[in-house]
Ligand binder design. Structure first.
Ligand code: NDP
Length: 456
């Protein structure tokens, strides 16, 4: 068995070693999950609802501890980390309503009664990336458990600490043993085994488009359903008629939050040419005011990147680009990079590829049709923002942009009560929202004949 040394990205210093599971350990975990699932699915719906509410309560009671772990392991600013831990409890509470509301249909047919049931898949394998270790995990495990499944969850090697703690808190809250198992390990070992194991019946993957494509191919070989939340290159579209001050003031958070390591990052700003210079004049002080530093401080808005490798990868995107201006970042230990705004053209690498760092490409557009064309001019289609005071334009452009999650005069992407997910190379399927628990079930149709039988 080997171990991975988890590092604090703000200091570069080791935190602790985490043992990496072997394929044999995954197989053992799946065997136990299968048994736990049968008992869980057989419980009364209200008992599953109560168990999830209890789990939410225990998470709520540990928000500060979970947040401190995320600050240390992921470098998230403490305010963000606290929000993320609280969000896990909210997601659990929201889906605690699902076991008693997984309604089937009664369909009018001749000669009997036709009824549908939402049957859980069985064991669901969830593969989580390092950028939002707690929230992305919860978007999978909460609705999956609510629907009557067991969950095996692989955190990213770089950021396993909060997921491991959530696994312990589930048991503290009284969830049955083996129902929710967190299995740290390497992607090509633990993650890949989820895709090939015959008793993992569904896979949920969040991460890069390259690995997601491999995961989908493995699942296809097993005829296994899979949901994919992949990369993004989302556009923040600013029309001349917009509240320019509001658009410029909010643009840094829309891309530099979590140091740009966010699949929804608005990493392209498209600005109507007639207000391009004015917008950049307003954006520059907002970028300079963006507070980068010690993630443990309440005032910090952006911490370090997750690793030296990720910082170097992001810095590589800046070779040869036309930098408009830069914010500030600490020097010395830790994986720091200053927020950077670059002038770009639509075909540039910086305007096409997911950087996953604090870099934004700004480009002018001519009119509404040009804005929609440019917004759609990448292989991704996850999120996006539209800034305009013209209602008709807001409706037309939001229908024209091929992205799964858009917001008008705001940058919101994630609410647990609304669906989330991408089009094109950004993914397959949707998470969150009122239907997510149902997505972790398959529909069974049963016809009960009432005629033509001996009723004597
Ligand atoms: P990956 O896609 O490599 O990792 C995501 C998860 O998949 C991790 O848990 C990883 O494990 C696991 N994994 C790796 N290989 C396999 C495999 N063969 N089968 C099953 N699971 C596997 O993303 P990275 O962390 O390497 O990030 C690279 C780039 O991907 C980023 O720079 C960014 O552009 C993009 N990305 C996008 C995310 C998003 O939310 N859209 C999230 C993360 C990354 P392990 O812990 O071993 O790495």
């Amino acid at each position: 068995m080997s171990a991975f040394t988890v590092v604090n990205p703000a200091t570069g210093r080791p935190i602790r070693d985490v043992e990496l599971a072997t394929e044999a350990q995954v197989d053992d975990a799946v065997r136990r999950a299968l048994a736990a699932q049968r008992a869980w699915a057989a419980l009364a719906p209200v008992a599953r609802a109560d168990a999830l509410r209890a789990f939410a309560g225990v998470v709520e009671a540990h928000v500060d501890e979970l947040a401190a772990l995320e600050v240390a392991n992921s470098g998230h600013p403490i305010g963000s980390a606290r929000w993320e831990a609280g969000h896990v409890a909210q997601v659990l509470n929201y889906y605690a309503g699902a076991p008693e509301r997984l309604l089937g249909s009664q369909i009018p047919v001749a000669g009997g009664i036709d009824v549908t049931f939402h049957e859980p898949y069985g064991v669901v394998g969830i593969i989580v990336p390092w950028n939002f270790p707690m929230t992305i995990a919860a978007w999978g495990f909460a609705p999956a458990l609510a629907a009557g499944n067991a969950v095996v969850l692989k955190p990213a090697e770089l950021t396993p600490l909060t997921a491991l703690r959530l696994g312990e808190l589930a048991r503290e809250a009284g969830l049955p043993d083996d129902l929710f198992q967190v299995i740290p390990g390497a992607g090509p070992v633990v993650g890949r085994r989820f895709t090939t194991h015959p008793d993992v019946h569904m896979v949920v993957f969040t991460g890069s488009t390259a690995v997601g494509t491999e995961v989908a191919a493995e699942c296809a070989r097993m005829l296994k359903p899979v949901t994919l939340e992949l990369g993004g290159k989302s556009a923040n579209i600013v029309f001349a008629d917009a509240d320019l001050e509001g658009a410029a003031a909010s643009a840094p958070a829309a891309v530099f939050d979590n140091a740009g390591q966010d699949c929804c990052a608005r990493s392209r700003i498209l600005v109507q040419r007639s207000v391009y210079d004015r917008f950049l004049e307003l954006l520059e002080p907002a970028v300079h005011a963006w507070r980068v530093g010690d993630p443990a401080l309440e005032t910090t808005e952006m911490g370090p990147l997750i690793s030296a490798g990720q910082r170097d990868r992001v810095a590589g995107f800046l070779d040869g680009v036309d930098v408009a201006f830069r914010g500030a970042a600490p020097e010395g230990d830790g994986f720091w990079l200053a927020p950077t705004v670059v002038h770009a053209s639509p075909g540039d690498r910086i305007a096409q590829e997911e950087v996953f760092g604090p870099v934004v490409a700004v480009m002018p557009f001519e009119d509404e049709a040009d804005a929609v064309r440019l917004a759609n001019d990448t292989r991704y289609g996850l999120a996006g923002s539209i800034w305009t005071e013209n209602l008709g334009r807001a409706v037309r452009v939001s229908r024209g942009v091929r992205s799964g999650v858009l917001s008008v005069n705001s940058h919101s992407s994630v609410r647990y009560a609304t669906p989330f997910g991408g089009m094109k190379a950004s993914g397959l399927g949707r998470e969150l929202g009122p239907d997510a628990a149902e997505h972790f079930t398959e529909t069974k149709n049963v016809f009960y004949a009432t005629e033509g039988q001996d009723t004597a």
